[in-house]
Design a protein around this ligand. Sequence first.
Ligand SMILES: Nc1ncnc2c1ncn2[C@@H]1O[C@H](COP(=O)(O)OP(=O)(O)OP(=O)(O)O)[C@@H](O)[C@H]1O
Ligand SMILES: [Mg+2]
Length: 240
Amino acid sequence: MGDIISIVGPTGCGKTTLINDIELFATKNTPSERTILINDEPVPEDFTFDPSKHPIALISQHTNFLSDLPVGDFLRIHAKVRGADNVDTIIEETLDFANQLTGESINRLTGMTELSGGQTRSLLIADAVIIGNSPIILLDEIENAGIHRTKALELLKKYDKIFVFVTHDSRIALLSDFRIIMKNGSMEKMIITGPEERRAAMELKKIDDVMLEFRRLIRAGEEITDEIFNSQIKNLAYSN
Ligand SMILES: Nc1ncnc2c1ncn2[C@@H]1O[C@H](COP(=O)(O)OP(=O)(O)OP(=O)(O)O)[C@@H](O)[C@H]1O
Ligand SMILES: [Mg+2]
């Protein structure tokens, strides 16, 4: 528990297929004909039959809500179903978590279907982690929703769960404990993040932070003058 794992590889190599197989506890019954074992053992039957015992939450690449309930009502129902005793606190905590990942805060009166792509993903992640309380969380390409990736990783690290990120993002990959490299539908290689890669991640963080700052300025309607550009690039002045 507590590990963050990335799954990387070129487009179409089977990353989404792998995490879908994990979520379904595939037993040669999916297109890949994979079998998923836990600690080399077949998965207990009630994991697959009893939804409340299912230990995995999957946040997929293309997520939409079917319910148009207001956010607050939806979270309340989910919290009650899960048997939470302090429903109000847990809703507060979930919204607070989600709002740290999004640009524009989520209002609890907004309809679920009216949320933006990034808000939807943020809310789903927060809901899976806090209300769903699933010990294993699979996330397919969170970087594409424009949510705050490293903030997400930082927040998630506080929870003692297994997080599996499918990602094309070098920073997420290098901040993980290890990564699985996929090719032609299969797992080809596993790399444990060592001290050199951790150092590389720290340096890449500086470059990434500058890119994120430009994104923030552009989103906020600023013009990028020579002065702004140069002052930002100065932040990259290499420290080593
Ligand atoms: N092991 C496998 N056996 C059979 N088919 C597979 C296997 N892995 C993937 N596929 C098929 O290959 C196609 C692409 O796979 P998938 O969507 O998982 O790729 P991906 O790595 O998630 O790509 P992207 O980065 O674009 O999201 C799918 O149609 C999937 O069914
Ligand atoms: Mg995919």
